[in-house]
Design a protein. Structure first.
Length: 85
């Protein structure tokens, strides 16, 4: 594996973990699962808007992951420093 491919995979892993797991994880868990249980509701206030946000999230995840196979993935490493070539 060459250095550019390694950096692309490493960067994609960082993007996936931060922007697709960590950042949306806490609001999704507390807002979609725990809050209705805590207030005794059957569902969230706007279930169709909630479903739309889920599909937008999944579309973004698919684009981010498939960018690796389109040769469009960033290859800067997890720090996102600009490479000087």
């Amino acid at each position: 594996m060459d250095a550019q491919t390694y950096n692309a995979f490493f960067t994609l892993h960082g993007i996936t973990m931060i922007f697709l797991v960590v950042i949306p994880g806490i609001p999704a868990i507390f807002g979609n699962f725990f809050l209705p249980i805590m207030i005794g509701a059957k569902d969230v206030a706007f279930p169709k808007l909630n479903l739309l946000s889920w599909w937008i999230y999944m579309t973004g995840a698919a684009i981010a992951i498939s960018s690796q196979f389109w040769d469009r993935a960033p290859d800067t490493g997890w720090t996102f420093y600009a490479l000087i070539v």
